[in-house]
Design a protein around this ligand. Sequence first.
Ligand SMILES: Cc1ncc(C[n+]2csc(CCOP(=O)(O)OP(=O)(O)O)c2C)c(N)n1
Ligand SMILES: [Mg+2]
Length: 556
Amino acid sequence: MTLRTGGAILADALIAQGADTVTCVPGESFLPFLDAAWDRRDRLKVLAFRHEGGAAYAAEAHGKLTGRPGVCFVGRGPGAAHAAVGVHTAFQDSTPMVLLVGQVDRPNRGREAFQEVELRQMFQPLAKRVEEINDAARLPEAVARAFAAALGGRPGPVVLILPEDVLAETTQVADVQRLALAFAHPGPCRMEALAEMLGRAQRPLAIVGGGGWSAEAASLFTAFAEAWTLPVAAAFRRQDIVCNDSAAYVGELGFSMAPSLGQRVRDADLILAVGTRLGEIDTANYTLLRSPNPDQSLIHVFPEAEELGRVFRPALAITAAMLPFARAATRLAPPAEKPWSAWSAAARAEHLENRKPNPCPGTLDMGLVMGQLAERLPADAIICTGAGNYTGWPQRFHRFRSFPTQLAPANGSMGYGLPAALAAKALHPEKTVIAFAGDGCFLMTAQEMATAKLHQLAPVVIVIDNGMYGTIRMHQEANHPGRALATDLANPDFAAMARSFGAWAETVERTEDFAPALDKALAAGTLALLHLKLDPEAITTRTTLSAIRDKATSKG
Ligand SMILES: Cc1ncc(C[n+]2csc(CCOP(=O)(O)OP(=O)(O)O)c2C)c(N)n1
Ligand SMILES: [Mg+2]
């Protein structure tokens, strides 16, 4: 055993747990770590961002893409405060993540030293686990524990707090090898009960969502659904679990849900919920399924027993991770007669109907734009979004065909798209990566265009500019018609701004100009940005701002 600094022990511990990338904004509190990473730069890539929010989002997206914890390092109070949004996202999205936070040195703890915050308290409700490490010799153990906690049961974020002098001190300690995690397997009796309940159903519907999926689990579950002719809806922003071309796929729940699908959920006599918590957005504020006693018979499959029965009382609860559950499900023999076949076919037909765009006001028709995009994107293109009404366009019209291809914050956090796209490009430079952003959303993390330039990452950003915080404006017109406040935006020239960061960029105002511009963007070889000017009337994929205002006015 050699004498190593805490920083070197930490870097080796991360490598031992399988990490190969750390996103960060550097802080003076973790210089010994950066110095150790310099020696290990062939095995541990350190990507500097321009804001800790961007760095944390990127680590979260890395977790979504790989199923392994994305690692982000930030310094003390200010860095931690900025990074908190990424931790919240990982928590609500059930994404494995490890946030490392520098802390003031041990002799000064408790004095409110420079940038000192009681980080354990600050992150307690945001993370699955928070641990402060006060001895360099405990680092390998703590990092192994953090990875196990981030991945185990319902995945999520873990925060490790690292006093500066712990990273500077030297000691001898052995590394801890990567742990083979034990995941919950479904019991045979529960699987038999599932088959029996499904066999008795008239109008069954599966809902898939949550974290902990893999490409294998996703395709096995799809095979099970197809064998049983079971219609499957995706939870909010979990549209890539079941291939959208599968006859089993019937659309997504959440803000861009087709009204017909909401009705199907209400009309179902059996809901098989797999991996999803059935959150507020998935259930349209707990109306599609009522809490605590849903009208439908509920089979709830979740990787952690604590969630089962917490909000909805299931008729059958199954504690299982996604892969063991999907494997077990494919072993169930489907009945010869499926009385629900017509119900499933009707749900699929409604979904296909919903994919047809309505006419869109203005010179740029986003429905047609999405069609042109579809013709040009390979099946493994990764689609990133933040939050805002503009996400309705990809959510309703993009066909997700493989897992994982959707990087989208189920916690509805703005600014996620570009940092997520950078994480995707860092992992898969050969893949097409598109980041959609609203004009509001984009400027929350637009400075990460400099990160794209620095690390030569080349996603295509599509900014959908309607000159407003459209989502909030929509709610204002629906609730307080004609009294818009704080929702107008003064925007920069987005294309000029992007060019100043070294990007290729163009503004598109007419439908017919989109396809040629996209072709140039896809061929740019650098970060590319398409600035789409959308008529503010085109407030959702289904209705106009005036229609919402008029309806509210006539009611009031
Ligand atoms: C970090 C964060 N801040 C505020 C909000 C509330 N919010 C939700 S959507 C939205 C407006 C989004 O504006 P834009 O990106 O322009 O999209 P649009 O709705 O206009 O399509 C706001 C402010 C949020 N979800 N996340
Ligand atoms: Mg907007």
